[in-house]
Design a protein around this ligand. Structure first.
Ligand SMILES: [Zn+2]
Ligand SMILES: [Zn+2]
Length: 753
């Protein structure tokens, strides 16, 4: 057959994942000559071959590509004939416009794990063993292209042996940027909480394990930040950690040695096992099967488990051979600690630090997910999954920076027809967290060489993200002496929730969106959160919503379910509440009740809300389950625990015009004697509510989003009733998905020029 020259272009996640050596190896198999190189769009291959071999070659690429790669498109064209003597890998040239994706950090691969425990290997028990198919990426990158010089590995000079592996196209460490060994790579340091070195070089891991066995709390530097670790079977160590961290009840994540150890603690489904052992290694919320680990998740029947994902974790768990508490090291409301300097603020919490000398450039928390109806429901999208690129259904006219919401913040940049969504950043409740958030904006812009033309932010005037949006524009205007460089666009919170899902699922027409969450600023200035909307990319119509109730004490009501419940009681019974005896009224003094009645009557510091999240709180208070929350979502989690699947029926509610009246539900709930019956019927009522409103629109796809849909019971019931309900799978239903929806909001918006 005639020999021709072909050019093959491959796009997707194809850089920094061992793609060129993979192509090189294929070229050897098919005896081809030519070249392979990276360019701004992906990988380019030039080949001398015939049509038949080309076909086989392309099929081989599609079936055998490296584990960390993902292919978007493979295209080929015939070119003018060009002769090649052999097959070469061409080094990366400086890239002008970056359109490639940064690969996320992934867990250690099985080849490296084998070497880690092989006494004859030169990297035996080396805590930073890695190869082209595994390990750190995003967390060590300063800039693209992804070369060692652009990462925090640039401070380590390779030894000769590593250098040889790194430069050999058929070595499995060819161009593995974080390559290193005992000789030349990062090293561990074990210190006490005063920063004094305990031991060096040889036995840090063993010593750490001994300290953990003795009940100490050890801060361990990982990939995207530090963990606070202690023996999960030591009730006293856990109590200590809770007390020092002032975290009385919020569940801790637990790292287990392997899937067998996970099974000793929990019932694990096939899908859950797949996630636990995946290369992303998220924390998976599963059902506890034994009460062995007292204190990990008080009063809860679920537990967050994950498997070791770095060689260091493997070494620790291998010797410890017990479940290990591994919670992100951070001060309440602050981002995860990524440097020793940050960590020192927690000096009073940990006893020792297992430190290493490779800098964490980009902080990244552990990801958290659960499985409902065999689907992955993200609760926190970070390590292993982020940053992530998502295709848009249309092309953007402008570069967009979207700033997300105020809780569970993420940011996104959009250009051409794609969006890059940052990892979970966190709540913007402190100066430190806002600084970290601004740093993340800088990182994303720097790494992607990105310059925004439009900034999209939430409608809430007091969100920190809104303030940052405004200050960014102001700063640019001052720098450039031109007030019209960047356009500011605000988007309604719940509309953004639904838009995000539309992008992920590629939905283009109208959808029926249900957005249930804590609170989000509405068009009328009230705090929405029980919203039914008919949406498309051009806009939305709010077709129904929960009737407004007052949040007594404003922001305080968000942490105190009793305040929301009291407000409903005032709505129902007016000042008769002052003589009423129930769980909610008992949570206040008589004087407090009087004060709040006046506030309710006059609407003093009592913003109006339609939030389903708050309705959950009210129910928890009225039933005497939770009056004050020590962490977000606590009341809803407690209601989930008491749900009884054998209960049938639901409570009544009003639905007139576009307004849903929940007061009849509250009344019925108060009359119920059995708490479990009341809770179960409450869940059914929410399902019924959606069913009733959806009836009129049921030719449209049903889209569910908002933090309330992180509730496994509610979501499960909804899937039973509406098997085709659409929920986000790639990002969380909570505010972590807002930034994506914000980018989508300007796809079809007119007037942005
Ligand atoms: Zn590996
Ligand atoms: Zn070396």
């Amino acid at each position: 057959m005639e020999l021709c020259t072909y050019r093959v272009n491959i796009t997707g996640t194809v850089q920094g994942v061992g793609f060129r050596p993979f192509i090189y190896a294929l070229s050897q198999r098919y005896l081809l000559t030519g070249t392979v190189s990276n360019n701004s769009k992906g990988v380019e291959i030039l080949l001398n071959t015939n049509t038949l071999t080309l076909k086989q070659f392309l099929v081989a690429i599609e079936y055998e590509y490296p584990p960390l790669a993902s292919i978007e498109k493979i295209e080929h064209v015939e070119m003018e004939y060009q002769a090649f003597d052999d097959f070469k890998i061409i080094a990366t040239k400086k890239i002008a416009k970056v359109t490639v994706n940064i690969p996320p950090d992934v867990s250690i691969c099985s080849d490296c794990e084998k070497e880690l425990f092989d006494p004859s290997n030169r990297r035996y028990r080396y805590p930073f063993i890695t190869c082209t198919n595994c390990g750190v990426r995003y967390s060590i990158i300063y800039d693209l292209p992804y070369d060692r010089i652009n990462t925090s590995m640039k401070f380590f000079e390779m030894c000769n042996v590593c250098e040889e592996e790194y430069s050999n196209p058929i070595d499995r460490r060819y161009h593995a940027q974080p390559i290193g060994c005992w000789e030349c790579g990062p090293k561990l340091k074990l210190m006490n909480n005063m920063g004094l070195l305990l031991e060096d070089r040889i036995n840090e891991v063993d010593k750490t394990v001994a300290l953990l066995k003795d009940g100490n709390i050890v801060a361990v530097k990982g990939i995207g930040g530090y963990h606070l670790m202690c023996d999960a079977s030591n009730a006293k160590a856990i109590a200590n950690l809770r007390e020092r961290k002032q975290r009385p009840t919020k569940p801790f994540a637990v790292m287990v040695k392997d899937i067998d150890m996970a099974r000793e603690l929990a019932t694990i489904s096939v899908e859950e096992e797949e996630f636990l052992t995946s290369k992303e290694r998220p924390i998976v919320i599963v059902k506890m099967s034994s009460r062995k680990l007292e204190g990990i998740a008080p009063n809860m029947s679920k537990i967050g488990l994950f498997l070791p994902y770095t060689p260091l974790h493997l070494l620790i768990l291998d010797r410890l051979n017990r479940p290990l508490v591994a919670t992100s090291a951070n001060i309440t409301d602050e981002p995860i600690c990524t440097s020793l300097e940050d960590l020192e603020k927690l000096q009073g919490v940990y006893d020792y630090v297992l430190e290493h000398d490779r800098d964490i450039v980009n902080g990244c928390d552990d990801s958290v997910l659960m499985v409902v109806n065999k689907q992955q429901i993200m609760l926190r999208r970070a390590r292993g999954y982020a940053p992530m690129s998502i295709k848009l259904p249309y092309t953007l006219k402008h570069n967009v920076l979207a700033l997300g919401a105020n809780q569970k913040s993420t940011i996104a940049i959009g250009y051409d027809d794609q969006v890059i969504l940052s990892p979970h950043i966190g709540d913007l409740n402190s100066i430190g967290s806002v600084e970290y958030y601004e740093k993340n904006i800088e990182i994303l812009k720097r790494v992607y060489h990105f310059k925004e033309e439009v900034i999209v932010h939430d409608m809430h005037p007091n969100y920190e993200s809104t303030k940052v949006a405004k200050s960014l524009v102001l700063r640019q205007a001052q720098e450039l002496n031109n007030p019209s460089v960047t356009e500011l666009v605000e988007v309604q919170h719940h509309y953004a929730h639904i838009l995000g899902v539309m992008v992920e699922k590629g939905l283009e027409g109208k959808v029926f969106g249900v957005a249930f969450d804590g609170t989000g600023y509405g068009d009328d200035g009230n705090l929405w959160g029980g919203e039914f909307m008919v949406c498309d990319y051009e806009g939305y119509e709010r077709v129904a919503h929960l009737d407004y109730f007052k949040l007594l004490g404003g922001a305080k009501a968000i942490k105190e379910p009793r305040r929301v419940a009291l407000s409903f009681l005032f709505d129902l019974y007016g000042d008769d509440v002052l003589t009423l005896e129930n769980a909610t009224t008992k949570a206040f003094s008589k004087a407090e009740l009087k004060t709040y009645f006046i506030a309710w009557e006059k609407g003093l510091n009592a913003p109006k809300s339609s939030s389903v999240g708050r309705l959950f709180d009210a129910v928890a208070s009225l039933l005497g389950i939770c009056q004050m929350m020590s962490f977000e979502g606590e009341s809803a989690m407690m209601l989930e625990e008491l749900y009884d699947a054998s209960v049938t029926g639901y409570y009544t509610f009003g639905y007139k015009g576009a307004v849903i009246d929940v007061l009849p539900l509250i009344k019925d709930l108060l009359a119920e004697n059995d708490t479990k019956v009341a809770i179960s019927k409450f869940f059914h009522t929410l399902v019924e509510m959606i069913a009733v409103v959806y009836k009129k629109y049921n030719t449209l796809p049903l889209v569910l989003s908002g933090g309330v849909f992180q509730n496994k019971v509610l979501l499960g019931l909804l899937f039973d009733r509406f098997p085709h309900a659409i929920v986000p799978n790639l990002f969380p239903p909570n505010d972590g998905g807002i930034a994506l929806g914000q980018v989508a909001s300007i796809l079809k918006q007119k007037g942005i020029e």
